[in-house]
Write a protein that binds this ligand. Sequence first.
Ligand SMILES: [Zn+2]
Length: 393
Amino acid sequence: MEDLLKRIGANVKALRDRSDLNQDHLATYLNVGQSFISKIESGERALTSDMLDKLSVLFGVTPEDLMSESTPESTISHSLRAREIHGEDLETISAINRIALNLDFMTTLLQGQVVPSTLKGSEGEKPRSATEVRYSGTEMYVRARQVRKRLGADEASPIDVFSLAHSIPNLTLVFYPMSERLSGMCIKNHGKPIIAINSTMSLGRQRFSMAHELYHLYYDEGHPLTYYTEKRQLTICARTIGAGNDVEKAADQFASFLLMPPVALSGLIETIESRSESGLDIQHVVWLEQFFGVSRQALLYRLAYDRVLTTEQTERFKQNVIRSASQLGYDDSLYKPLPEEKQKKTYGYYVQLAEELLEKGLISLGKYEQLLLESFRPDIVYGEEVEGSELRD
Ligand SMILES: [Zn+2]
């Protein structure tokens, strides 16, 4: 028994260190004092089974892993400075990790069946037109073009990145209300990835975040355009655009190019500049963000990057975002989060897989319901839709 406690303690400490978390983080997460965590790690106190479960989900391992002789691999890697992670964020990480663990469970049940092959990308394409030459040094631009192609979009049109994401094989998409520090997460999960988006952000900001996570999915630490990884790997992304480490900056640049292709944006700006003597003003800013479906922050970040706007102009356009659009006659939904009942939902592969397992009799109805409830789909379990309420269109 003593050995077991010491083993669990050592594993918890090792996983905590590797995830860049401190004892206070775990204390807040488990709702205990910091001294209790310290005693756990030194093997002086035992964890309740509930705590063992919570810790294993947080680190993306099984409870058995926590008891094992050798330290299991934690899946967490973040792009936030450690002090920016709070106890409440660990709840979010766990909620998303739970979905990844459930996916593992469901996949194991399907073993022996054919799993769609991993994606192999074409090798680096060269930029072509004159407008593109300006960005030819920018690897991110080339990558954004490759991903557009892969998603079935052309090179210049505005895209609805959430709709297009349904064409990505085996992708699970989770909307989850996260803290104001986070924008989203990406879990590379043995070829069955999960992307989670902070649903309390504005719709325009969520789209940018989705595009940012696609960078992690396709390019970050892996072969280009493949998202198969041997082990589970979770990346947590901060809220501010253009900040953070080099990978975060690259992902933001990629997202910007994916949603606002240089060839399209520069054309629109040329048109504006030829028609307006005073250059870009608020009506053009609103028009551009509505055209591409991105947030003000995302557009201004790009216009500053392209040196279309000065810092002083950028600051001015950050004010009164919703009012400026409403007064110009635009719908304001781009600047608002989803309605509350849609802020916590899972879509895509996970839901399909649960359905498939039930149909094949590989899981019980009870297990199916549990899997759906843990992925925030009580609407499917309890059938919130009223019969006959569907609109004919
Ligand atoms: Zn990121």
